[in-house]
Design a binder for this molecule. Structure first.
Ligand code: FAD
Length: 391
């Protein structure tokens, strides 16, 4: 990698890969490229989250499944991350009367893991940094880049800019990717973006007498047809509850008492567990957040640039597969690199060819599960079928 000033004087030895975005997928991808011996430079808008006081992100925790674990295994991170996760063997459905009914995710012994997003990101950044051929550049926000020359312009928080070029640019800069903007200007690039009418809000359920307030090894769901709440366990014995609801419903609730009335109507068993005062306060702490689904194709430009993770396929979170699919992108790219002997002019089109249909399928499944989780799991037929499936 070279700044514009010294690019001519530097002999090109190893190929330089610029990973734009040091989130979950970018940090993992840096490990994959570093393992192959490339010179890897990660550029991340945020300051280093390992030392930052406040870490802004999407959800507090997320579900790690087989796809994600396989990718972590490739870079020797599976055991470490799994040991910091909490197994969830089943969904635990909360009825209006407070009755709880488990629906296993799979066969006996199978489970998904609740992991802390910030911790996972920190671990992956530290893993990337252990490779001597990797450099992490924080406080570097990609402003623009040129698809013909491959030159990227980054701006720092003090307003200074840096022009940088690399042999391969890997866009891992999330659902609102700045790298993807150049794709949109090109002919025959397909793109669609859909906001769902629901937003999400996170609430914390504290421990009771130092123990989890509910059974920890489950993904708790309160399906209420039009909307739902879920809760995933954390290592500090709290649960993070996420309320998914149409924005117009969120906006109808304007006072603390209205929050309690709403919870009494739909989630009465959760009130003593979250706490009346906490509910009244935390509901108004942050506005509900939007959820977007993005599909696009192709994922590459020539032999110069490729999109991965949410930059390529932001999905709604109801299938718990956004990060997992992004992690799987890294494995698939790695396999195609092996297949084509790292010839980027062959690898990038093949990656698009094999990966787009699968990522689009995940996006569709996530949209389907948006209805499944809040409504279908309520049906007697569903509970019966799951019971039969799991015998
Ligand atoms: P991001 O995590 O968005 O990271 C992008 C990074 O790029 C960020 O660090 C950002 O600061 C940086 N960046 C952005 N713009 C620039 C720029 N211009 N220049 C430099 N850097 C930039 N997935 C699951 O698998 N399981 C779950 O249970 C799950 N639950 C979810 C719950 C919710 C409520 C939400 C919203 C999502 C959930 N997801 C889940 C999806 C998951 O969060 C995403 O798929 C995942 O974060 C994608 O990782 P990423 O690295 O591609 O993007």
């Amino acid at each position: 990698l070279s700044t514009m000033e010294d690019s001519s004087s530097k002999p090109a030895k190893k190929k330089v890969v610029a990973v734009v975005g040091g989130g979950l997928v970018g940090a993992l991808n840096a490990c994959f490229f570093a393992k192959r011996g490339f010179d890897v430079e990660v550029f991340e808008t945020r300051e280093d989250i390992r030392t930052a006081k406040i870490v802004k992100g999407r959800s507090i925790n997320l579900a790690l499944s087989h796809r994600g674990r396989s990718a972590l295994k490739h870079v020797g991170m599976e055991e470490k991350i799994v040991s910091q996760g909490i197994p969830m063997h089943a969904r635990m459905i909360h009825s209006l009367t407070g009755k709880q009914s488990p629906i296993p995710y799979g066969k006996k012994g199978q489970y998904i893991l609740s992991v802390d997003r910030a911790n996972l990101n920190k671990e992956l950044l530290s893993a990337a940094e252990t490779y001597p051929n990797t450099k992490l550049n924080f406080d570097h926000k990609l402003q623009d880049w040129n698809a013909e020359t491959g030159i990227m312009t980054f701006v720092r928080s003090d307003g200074t800019k840096a022009n940088i070029e690399a042999d391969l640019i890997v866009g891992c800069d999330g659902a609102f990717s700045a790298i993807r903007k150049q794709f949109l200007r090109r002919s025959r690039f397909n793109y669609s973006q859909t906001y769902i009418p629901h937003g999400y809000m996170e609430l914390t359920m504290p421990p009771i007498n130092g123990e989890f307030a509910m059974k920890p090894n489950y993904l708790h769901i309160w399906p209420r047809n039009k909307f739902m709440m879920i809760a995933l366990p954390n290592l500090d014995k709290t649960f993070t509850c996420t309320l998914f609801m149409p924005f117009e419903e969120f906006e109808k609730i304007t006072t603390g008492d209205e929050v309690i009335t709403f919870f009494q109507t739909y989630f009465p068993d959760a009130i003593p567990l979250i706490g009346v005062d906490a509910l009244k306060r935390d509901y108004f702490r942050l506005p509900a957040q939007a959820m977007v689904s993005v599909k696009c194709s192709p994922y590459h430009i020539g032999d110069k640039c490729v999109l991965m993770g949410d930059a390529a396929h932001a999905v709604v979170p109801f299938y718990g597969q956004g990060m997992n699919a992004g992690f799987e992108d890294c494995i698939v790219f790695d396999e195609v690199m092996n297949q084509f002997n790292e010839d980027l002019s062959a690898v990038l089109p093949e990656y698009t060819r094999v990966r787009v249909p699968d990522d689009h399928a995940i996006a569709d499944l996530a949209m389907y599960n948006y209805v499944e989780m809040r409504a279908h799991v309520n049906s007697k037929w569903f509970l019966f079928r799951k019971h039969v499936d799991n015998i």
